[in-house]
Structures are given as C-alpha cells and as structure tokens.
Design a binder for this molecule. Sequence first.
Ligand code: SF4
Length: 354
Amino acid sequence: MKDENATIWDTNPLSVRNLWVEYLGERGMVKAVRGVTFDLRPRESLAFIGESGCGKTTLGLALIRLLVKTARISQGEILYRRSGRETAVLKLKGREMRHFRWCECAMVFQSALNAFNPVLRIRDQMYDTIRAHWRMSQSEMRERALSLLRHVQLDPERVIDSYPHELSGGMRQRVLLAMSLLLDPQIIILDEPTTALDILTQRTILELLKSLKAEMGFSLMFISHDLSIAAELADRVATMYAGAIVELGLVYDIFYRPAHPYTLGLIRAVPTVTGDFQDLISIPGSPPDLIDLPTGCKFHIRCPYATDRCRQEEPTLEPYGPDHSVACFHVDQVRRDADAIWEGTGHVAAGEAA
Ligand code: SF4
C-alpha cells in the first residue's frame, strides 16, 4: 500500500526554476541572478558559496521577495510545497506573502545587530512577530518565546527582557535563530550565519544549527563565502559565479572531486592545517561587471582552461555523475587535474581541515 505520508514528507519543499533577478543601476541593468535552477530537499542543508557580488544574497532575498525597489524578478518560478500542496511564491499577494515569509520560510540576515530594532526589548520583537501571524494570549507568547530561547541555549529569562545592545554578537545570532523558528517554518535561509563572530562562537553556532535541524526537521539554505562552514554544515553545495550556479553537488564531491575550475580555484585558495603555504593559489583577476558581462562563459577571463569555444558560448549546468552538475566545457580535464593536485601536493580540501 502506498504510504501517502512518506510521499508528502519526501517532497522537495522548494523548487526554483530559471530565476532571473535584475537591479536597475545608474549605469544600466545589473544582472544579479541569471537563470538559477535548483531544488531544496526535505531536511537538507544546501550551501551557496562564491565571492562577494556573485548573487548569493540576492537569490536568498528573491526567494522571500524582499528585494529592494530597484530590483525585479524578470523571469522564473519559485514553487513551495507543504502537506501535499504546491504554491507559486511569485504569485502570492499581500497577506499570503507575509504568511509565507515567516510561517513557511524565514530568513536570518547578515549582521545580527542591524536585524533588530534597537529600542525594543527582545520580548517585544518576538511578540510582535507572533502577533502578526498567530492568535495567542500574552502568557502563551511568553511561553513560546522562552521555549525557543532555551532551545538556542540562552538563559531565556535574562535574554527576553534585554535590549539587543546588551547581548554579545553570538547571543544576538542565537536570538535571531530563535526568532526565525517562532512560527515553525519549513525552510530557514541563513545569510552568512557566522560572519563577524569569533572562532569559538562560530563553532557553537554551527553545532547549534546542526542540532536544531535534526530536532525540528526544517530544510536549511545558507549563504557563505567561508568554505569551511559549507564543508561543516552542508549536505550539498552550489557554487555561484556571476549570478549563475556553475557547480552543484554533494558536499564530498564539491570539496574532493570538484569539476569546475572556479570551484577548484576557491578550494585551492583556502589555507589548510596540513598544506604548505606554496599550495595556496589565488584566482587571478576579479569577478566580471554584472552590467556588462563578457561573452561566452562568464569565467573565461580568469580561467586557465579557457578555449575559443569558452569565449563564444556559455555552458549550461549539465549532470556529471550522480547528484553532481557542472557548467563547463572541459569538465574531464578539470577533474583529472584536481585529482593530480590532491595526490601530488598532499593538499587537502577545506572539508578535511574543518
Ligand atoms: Fe573555464 Fe571554459 Fe569551463 Fe568556462 S567553460 S569554466 S572558461 S573551461
């Protein structure tokens, strides 16, 4: 007999199809996200990595439609699924969209201090969020807030009556996590979850995220320029370059069997515990101007493998082995070189050092 609950449980909560986002800038149209397609799987952690300005944060904001006024989603589809029901996020209006933004998909923004209202105590910020979506008595709201603050391993009675500036950076980050969970969303988007935190606090936040995810069963999409965090927390990793996903695969494949020259370049630029300083190789040049993108593959100016074809044609993301996709014309050569680099230099990937 068919187990209907299993079908619902295993449905991907989010599917993004051919998403394009543009900003109107003074010099012209900035193509910040270009044709992004991916699925977020149930209970998985999906990391988006890449240099600043590659479109990671814009993608996260587009998913909950919190883009600035000068931005527009020019093409694409965002499909959200829960309990056997599918919703086209780009068609949601007013109240429905607000419901989606907190109750189904919550985002924790970069810079924990800026995300709070500085003149309100934590309790009032949490109660406002609950009140806007649920009907609860004052005592029920307090109980919910205290319980989540306890879940993120804070002293709930002390923190609930504090102002944001009375808390450390790590405590604020945990309060934001608790707030994102207030309305029991199925998806959490984290933008640079540990930026500006010291190394020990980073470790605590990562452990906390892992245990919350295991306990509560949400899917996590996180954005990071720090490869060691992606290696530590992600089940799958998407590498973004010039607004597009250029490689998507299981975390092991991305770090130990990279097949795109940009992913390989990012990994080789990370210092490791056992590698020599000489092993570190930075990626030459800088990311392209998103207003005036080069022809062909957008990485060709910086790519050591570039050929005439790369300068004329843009590769699309194609399957390369199970659960691994790459947008590159010279995948086999990159794979062979990546293997030779690891074997020849003893250089280890970021995941091993983490
Ligand atoms: Fe480099 Fe060509 Fe692959 Fe682009 S398609 S990443 S330029 S080898």
